[in-house]
Write a protein that binds this ligand. Structure first.
Ligand code: UDX
Length: 438
């Protein structure tokens, strides 16, 4: 059991904190935002993440998890410090490291006995060295520390499961002592034979980017295959299923859609291209994946336009789903927002429905009509567009939808509806790469 402080109570920090507490460690989650800390102390979770509240409540009740805005004190108290602050994208496409560096300075100033400093945030390769330099420049007494890179591979919407049952844990550490301490932090995992990989710091930092960019590339690839399936009359799902049976390819992340979004893939792909550039390399595959992803959003809008015979202006359109994927309220880089922008620009009257997103969207589109029910969003529309594969949309009553729409037109950008059923009811519809009669 270790004493741990996690700095940053965003989605990564909070899941990591609660998860490590569940592994038996004594964890303090620290954040400069006092309002957020107070919210957490009251048992309120600042974002939607299935299973997280239960995990937090359980560990708070068992006195293994606490929250504080006193970061200095929390650093002094713990042996292992995790940096889990945001690394947002700068306009240049590079990762903004200002929060990471600020926290490193504070850690240096408060280093009172030997500690392992560990980065969870996704940081460009070479950041570890910058963090160590900053800590060293700010140390006040004669005291030692080791630095470790321990990237997260958490998917929003299933991060609790991903944390408690990971495919692997990567620990980038130069010193065996620091590696052993981190391994101890993950004790229940190595006891259960989860692969724990010991690498150097740069390799660990690279593994995170290489993994995320590869997954983004895979999605862009299947999206382009889907677009081609549309042209040649093939069915992308059968193509993807057959491809996935090949162990060299694997079936995961071969689901076509309106383009990937979220807080990681768009940011990390661009950052990787930049890291390559800084090292004199052109990352052609990832550059292409980024372009293909932007294009996919345009392809979706063109499909809708075609369904509406090029007449968007004045049409009432219902957008089903705002989050970038189901089981999260995160709308960062969501393809849904791009679709709404295209529609507004061309004069459509847009309304939306999402099972969990409501307030955040108002900051971006103050005039958007956010409906409180699926039925309200669908009623009297000229077309509806499924943008997020929430289960509630999979199971919607299509016969009822048919009756209450002004015109029965559906664009299913997530391929969750049965084309057979849509045809039988009489919808005019389209999807991404599945044979369909329009
Ligand atoms: C991702 C990585 O999966 C995770 O390991 C990492 O550490 C953080 O970034 P996340 O962004 O939460 O996780 O979601 P993910 O499930 O990977 O989906 C990302 C985007 O790709 C979503 O927009 C999703 O809809 C899309 N996607 C995913 C597809 O379009 N098709 C797929 O087959 C899979």
């Amino acid at each position: 059991m270790k004493k741990i402080t996690i700095i940053g109570t965003g989605y990564v920090g909070l899941v990591t904190g609660a998860g490590l507490a569940d592994f038996g460690n004594e964890v303090i989650c620290a954040d400069i935002l006092e309002s957020k800390v107070n919210q957490l102390k009251k048992g309120e979770i600042p974002f939607f993440e299935p299973g997280l509240k239960e995990l937090i409540d359980r560990n708070v009740n068992e006195n293994r998890l606490s929250f504080t805005a006193e970061i200095e004190k929390s650093v002094q108290l713990s042996e292992v410090i995790f940096i889990a602050v945001g690394t947002p994208e700068l306009s240049s496409g590079q990762a903004d490291l200002s929060h990471v560096i600020k926290v490193s300075k504070l850690i240096g100033e408060n280093l009172n006995f030997y500690k392992v400093i560990c980065t969870k945030s996704t940081v460009p390769i070479g950041t570890g060295k910058k963090i160590c330099k900053t800590i060293n420049e700010n140390i006040k007494s004669v005291v030692d520390f080791d630095y470790v890179s321990n990237p997260e591979f958490l998917r929003e919407g299933s991060s609790v499961k991903d944390f408690l049952w990971p495919d692997r844990v990567v620990i980038g550490a130069e010193e065996t002592k620091a590696f052993e301490i981190l391994k101890e932090v993950y004790r229940p995992l190595y006891v259960n034979k989860t692969p724990i990989m010991h690498t150097n710091i740069e390799t660990s930092e690279m593994i995170k980017y290489a993994s995320n960019a590869f997954l983004a590339l895979k999605i862009s690839y299947i999206n382009e295959i889907a677009n081609l399936c549309d042209k040649v009359g093939a069915d992308v799902h059968q193509v993807a299923t057959a491809m996935g049976k090949d162990g060299r390819i694997s079936s995961k992340f071969l689901h076509p859609g309106p383009g990937y979004g979220g807080s990681c893939f768009p940011k990390d792909t661009k950052a990787l291209v930049n890291i390559a550039k800084e090292n004199g390399l052109n990352f052609k595959t990832i550059e292409a994946a980024i372009i293909a992803n932007e294009n996919q959003k345009i392809v979706m809008f063109k499909k809708l336009k075609k369904l509406l015979q090029n007449q968007i202006s004045g049409k009432s359109i219902g957008i089903l789903g705002l989050s970038f994927k189901p089981n999260t309220d995160d709308i960062r880089e969501s393809s849904s927002l791009k679709m709404i922008s295209f529609l507004i620009r061309e004069g459509a009257i847009v309304k939306s429905y999402d099972p969990v997103v409501s307030n955040q969207i108002k900051n971006i589109y103050p005039d958007l009509n956010c409906c409180s029910s699926l039925e309200e969003c669908v009623a009297d529309t000229d077309a509806i567009v499924i943008m997020t594969d929430w289960n509630v949309f999979r199971s919607m009553d299509l016969k009822k939808v048919f009756k209450i729409m002004k015109k029965p037109v559906i664009l299913d950008t997530r391929n969750i509806l049965s084309t057979h059923e849509l045809n039988n009811i009489g919808f005019k519809h389209d999807n991404v790469g599945r044979k369909s009669i329009i």
